[in-house]
Design a protein around this ligand. Structure first.
Ligand code: GDP
Ligand code: GDP
Length: 455
């Protein structure tokens, strides 16, 4: 069956590409200067690295999507770590600890030219304790002559050292094959209520917005089980909390508690933890301090949750402190600074007084419903047909590109693939997205649209 020049295989191929669920997570750890960042760039492919290379964004971005041999996974990059805040040993160990916690498997990078140092040995002890699968990368083996250096790293007791040159790409394919063997096919946790587990919430926001206050407030006497219901969780950092008659799993709540001994480098840890929590969650409740101006850090956290494709609820906290003037300016700031999530349900709360706590659950349920919405292909194409007829794409170079057919390739979040007769401009894509949202109410969820052009 062909749809105006597209084979059905095209459609199925596109669905296969777009229709993935949550991805397993790989962390790349090691001492400073062993080549972690270079290796991460190699793993994710240069093109994406360049695309992501916007000033001010890259430094805080700690997870990237990668693909090898047809399998996708997330890479946690710890290369942005500032090495001298805690002293090398402590900082490398702490960095590794956090990254390992977040990951399903770890690539441990050692500089083969230098050999194993005491710091490397310290990381090895952490890796052993964590029990996660490890792939040992012996980096800077740029040529054959370096391979004997790599062999010395058998002494670390982590199995076969994989000689690689992150800089030139030598050996990285074999290393990635080993990575795929180490990574689970799908993340450990199963998704959604379909299997009977509680829905997973990440409560995120910059320091001092009131995350721990909110968690304490909602947990209060309603806390049902502190750690574990058999078979639903293995991770003591997650908490099961009953809200509105439903049990929810708040993921990585340990990250919300203060790590007093980590004063310095705290921002870095915070963003790593936020990324990890977001990866594990289905819905992100993003807490914003309404008493202060919306900051770039708030926006980065929002971007992190959007990029991860999570359902999103915005909670404006400390509402008890707002006067009329601040309320006025807050509304203006929300319009300009949070335009990218204008579709997210919003609640104005106070963790201190308990104001509007009962509105959290409806917000979360709305966002999850949008996140899981599936539009039948027939309905989607009836909508697209009418829309394209009423509002055609502008004519370019004497031609009029047209969207011919569309299908929803997946949910959580909704992903669409449109087939077009020519290049569809960004402005028109945004227009289509807006109208899709109006028509099918994707409240609280990012939606992805990819367009395939007939050659
Ligand atoms: P990180 O601090 O662990 O993230 O290390 P970087 O990725 O920033 O690399 C540190 C230095 O090692 C840089 O100057 C890289 O160009 C260099 N480097 C990284 N990988 C290789 C490699 O495979 N061979 C050689 N010769 N140099 C490398
Ligand atoms: P976290 O770092 O995001 O976990 O923030 P905390 O929960 O530690 O809160 C930071 C500060 O804000 C503390 O002094 C809290 O008492 C205060 N705070 C939190 N929520 C509210 C609120 O709703 N209203 C007011 N007035 N203060 C709050």
């Amino acid at each position: 069956a062909a749809v105006e020049g597209f084979d059905i295989e095209d459609v199925e191929g596109a669905i296969g590409e777009a229709g993935h669920g949550p991805l397993p997570v790989l962390a790349v750890v090691g001492r400073p200067n062993v080549g972690k960042s270079t290796l991460v760039n190699r793993i994710i492919g240069r093109r994406e690295a360049v695309v992501e290379d916007k000033p001010g964004v890259t430094r805080d971005r700690v997870t990237y999507e990668a693909e090898w041999a047809g399998r996708r996974f997330k890479v946690v990059d710890t290369g942005g770590w500032e090495q001298d805040v805690l002293g090398i040993d402590a900082s490398v160990a702490a960095q590794a600890e956090y990254a390992i916690e977040a990951a399903d498997a770890v690539v441990f990078v050692v500089d083969a030219k230098v050999g194993a140092t005491d710091t490397d040995e310290a990381v090895v002890r952490l890796l052993r304790k964590a029990g996660k699968p490890v792939v040992l990368a012996a980096n800077k083996v740029d040529g054959l002559s370096g391979e004997s250096d790599a062999a010395y790293l058998w002494s670390l007791g982590l199995g076969e050292p994989h000689p690689v040159s992150a800089l030139h790409g030598r050996g990285t394919g074999d290393m990635l094959d080993a990575v795929l063997e180490a990574l689970p096919e799908a993340p450990e946790q199963t998704f959604g209520t379909a299997v009977g587990g509680p829905r997973r919430i990440a409560l995120i926001g910059r320091p001092n917005v009131g995350k721990s206050s909110l968690l304490n407030k909602v947990a209060g006497e309603e806390r049902v089980v502190v750690n574990e219901i058999a078979g639903t969780t293995r991770d003591p950092v997650d908490e099961l909390i009953e809200l509105g008659g439903i049990t929810w799993k708040f993921v990585d709540t340990a990250g919300i508690r203060k790590r007093v001994h980590l004063q310095q480098g705290a921002d870095y840890y915070a963003s790593l933890r936020t990324a990890a929590a977001v990866e594990k969650a289905e819905v992100a409740v993003i807490l914003i301090d309404a008493s202060e101006s919306i900051s770039i850090q708030d926006q980065r956290i929002v971007t992190m949750a959007v990029d991860a494709g999570r359902a999103i609820v915005l909670a404006f906290n400390k509402w008890d402190t707002l006067d009329e003037e601040r309320r006025y300016y807050l509304e203006r700031e929300i319009e300009t600074e949070l335009a990218q999530v204008a579709w997210a349900p919003r609640v104005n709360v106070s963790a201190r007084t308990g104001r509007h706590m009962e509105k959290l659950v409806p917000g979360i349920e709305t966002a999850l419903a949008g996140w899981e919405t599936r539009v039948p292909t027939g309905r989607l194409n009836a909508f697209l047909g009418e829309l394209v007829a009423a509002h055609p794409h502008p004519v370019r170079g004497g031609k009029q590109p047209r969207i011919l057919f569309g299908t929803q390739a997946g949910t959580k979040p909704p992903r669409f693939v449109f087939f077009a007769s020519g290049f569809i401009e960004a402005g028109y894509r945004r227009f289509i997205e807006r109208r899709l949202r109006e028509e099918f109410s994707f409240e609280g969820t990012p939606i992805h649209i990819s367009v395939r052009v007939r050659e």
